[in-house]
Design a protein around this ligand. Structure first.
Ligand code: HEC
Ligand code: HEC
Length: 391
C-alpha cells in the first residue's frame, strides 16, 4: 500500500511542493459534474492488451492503481475516478492556486502541453518535457528516467525524504480542500465518508490517471478490419515500422507502442536461474541524442521508450522537447545518431560501429504517415477526461 501511495505522492509533489508563501486567489470557476459518474471502471484498452483486471492484480504486470479501501483488489471505481478528475483539474492543488495537473497535461494534446519544457509553480520551469498519459496501466515504468518502477518494485526506491516533504505539504492541502463545499460530498461518494486524507487524494488521482485509455485510433480500427481502412502509404509505413530496416517496433512495441518492459521483455528485467533479478533495464535506452548528455536520464543517457500513440498531437519531441516535428525525429534516426558509448546495440553493427537507419525520404514519409494513424481524437475529446470546471 505504502509504495503505491508513494508513487502518487510523487505526482502530487509536482504541484503541491515548493515555496512557503501562499497567495490565495480563490478560483471563481464553477464545478459541473454529471449526476451519474462516467463508466470509468470499464477500461477500454487496445485489442491484444492484457485485461485490466490482470494488469491491476498481478504485481509484476501493472502499475499505479491503488486497491479499493478495505479490499486487496485493484480497480478503477467510477466515483474514485470522478473525484480524481476534479483533483486533476483543480488549481487548489498548488499552493498559490495557479497550477493543476492539467496545466501541464492538456487533454487535447494527449495530456502533454505542447511545450519543450513546462512552467510550474511560481513560473519555475521543469527540466524535462511533459509526458503524454495514454494507457498508463499497460506500462511498468513511469517518467522519462523510468524512476518510478512497477508497483512491484516501487517500494524499493529510496523515496523516504520525498514522502516526508510531500506529507508536510499534503496536510496543508487537506485543510484547503476541507474549506471547499464540493470535496466532502465527493470523498463521501468515493470512500463512503467525507473524510479527506492525503492517501485518499492520492488514490483518487491514480484512479483518474489509470482510467485514461486509448483504443479508437485509425490503427485500432485497422486491427479489426485487416487494415482495409489504410492507404497504401500508411500500410507501407506500418510494415517499415515493424521491419528490421527501421526497427521502430522493436523498441516502441506492444499494444501501446511503448517500451517492452515486462519482466521478461527485451527492455524489462531478466532473472537468473535462482530467480534473482539479473538485469533491470527499466524500459529505457540510449538513442544517441548527444555525445555528452546534460541530463543523463536513468544513467548513461538512457531514457524511457515512450508510447507513440497520439504522437501526432504531442510535439515537440524527446525528454527535452528538442525536435519540433516527426520529420526531425526521423532525420535523427537516419542521419543524427551520435556514437555514445551506451548507444543501443540496435544502432550498431557487429563491430560496434555506428549504424544509422538507412531510410529513403519516401520511407521516412511513409513512417510519419503511419504514425498519424495512431491519433485517437475520441480520447482527446471524451468528456470523461475533460475539465469539469467551467471557467
Ligand atoms: C509543471 C508541470 C507539471 C505538472 C503541474 C504535473 N506534471 Fe506530470 N509530468 C510533467 C513532466 C515534466 C513529466 C516528466 C517528468 C520526468 O520525467 O522527470 C511528467 C510526467 C508525468 C507522468 C508520467 C507519464 C509516463 O508515461 O511516464 C504522469 C502519470 C503524470 N506526470 C501525472 C501528473 C499528475 C497526476 C499531476 C498532478 C498531481 C501532474 N502530472 C502534474 C509535468 C507536470
Ligand atoms: C533502440 C530503441 C529505439 C528504436 C529502435 C527507436 N526508438 Fe524512438 N525512442 C526511443 C527512446 C528511448 C526515446 C526517448 C528518448 C529521449 O527522449 O531521450 C524515443 C523517442 C521517440 C519519439 C519521441 C517521443 C516523444 O514522446 O517525444 C518518436 C516520435 C520516436 N521515438 C519514433 C521512433 C521511430 C519512428 C522509430 C523507427 C524509425 C524509432 N523511434 C526507433 C527508443 C527507440
Amino acid at each position: 500500500m505504502l509504495y503505491r501511495f508513494t508513487y502518487c505522492c510523487l505526482l502530487l509533489m509536482a504541484v503541491v511542493s515548493c515555496s512557503k508563501e501562499t497567495v490565495p486567489s480563490i478560483e471563481k470557476a464553477k464545478l459541473v459534474l454529471p449526476d451519474q459518474p462516467y463508466d470509468y471502471g470499464n477500461l477500454a484498452l487496445p485489442v491484444g492488451s492484457l485485461p485490466a483486471s490482470t494488469l491491476f492484480n498481478n504485481l509484476e504486470m501493472g502499475v499505479l492503481v491503488d486497491p479499493i479501501p478495505g479490499t486487496s483488489m485493484f480497480e478503477v471505481t467510477p466515483w474514485g475516478a470522478t473525484l480524481g478528475r476534479v483533483l486533476f483539474y483543480d488549481k487548489k492543488l498548488s499552493l498559490n492556486n495557479t497550477i493543476s495537473c492539467a496545466s501541464c497535461h492538456h487533454q487535447d494534446k494527449a495530456f502533454t502541453d505542447g511545450k519543450a519544457l513546462s512552467t510550474g509553480f511560481e513560473g519555475r520551469v521543469t527540466t524535462r518535457s511533459s509526458m503524454a498519459i495514454i494507457n498508463p496501466i499497460t506500462q511498468h515504468n513511469l517518467f522519462w528516467d523510468s524512476r518510478s518502477k512497477s508497483i512491484h518494485d516501487l517500494s524499493l526506491q529510496p523515496v523516504q525524504n520525498h514522502i516526508e516533504m510531500g506529507m508536510e505539504n499534503l496536510n496543508r492541502l487537506v485543510s484547503k480542500l476541507e474549506n471547499t463545499d464540493y470535496y466532502k460530498p465527493l470523498f463521501a461518494k468515493a470512500y463512503g465518508d467525507g473524510q479527506i486524507t492525503p492517501e485518499r487524494i492520492a488514490i483518487a488521482l491514480s484512479h483518474f490517471v489509470s482510467s485514461i485509455t486509448s483504443n479508437q485510433s485509425k490503427f485500432d480500427r485497422g486491427v479489426e478490419n485487416g487494415f482495409s481502412n489504410f492507404t497504401e502509404l500508411e500500410r507501407m509505413g506500418m510494415n517499415l515500422f515493424h521491419s528490421d530496416k527501421a526497427k521502430c517496433g522493436s523498441c516502441h512495441g506492444g499494444t501501446n507502442f511503448a517500451a517492452q518492459d515486462g519482466p521478461l521483455d527485451a527492455y524489462g528485467g531478466g532473472f537468473d536461474l535462482s530467480g534473482n533479478p539479473a538485469s533491470d533495464l527499466r524500459g529505457a535506452t540510449n538513442i544517441g541524442l548527444d555525445l555528452v548528455y546534460k541530463d543523463n536520464g536513468l544513467g548513461d543517457g538512457k531514457f524511457k521508450i515512450p508510447t507513440l500513440r497520439n504522437i501526432g498531437l504531442t510535439a515537440p519531441y524527446m525528454h527535452d522537447g528538442r525536435f519540433k516535428t516527426l520529420e526531425d525525429v526521423l532525420d535523427h534516426y537516419t542521419d543524427g545518431l551520435k556514437a555514445h558509448k551506451h548507444l543501443d546495440v540496435k544502432f550498431k553493427d557487429a563491430n560496434g560501429n555506428l549504424r544509422p537507419l538507412k531510410l529513403t525520404s519516401l520511407e521516412k514519409k511513409a513512417i510519419v504517415v503511419f504514425l498519424h494513424t495512431l491519433t485517437d481524437t475520441e480520447m482527446t475529446r471524451n468528456p470523461r477526461w475533460s475539465n469539469p470546471f467551467q471557467e
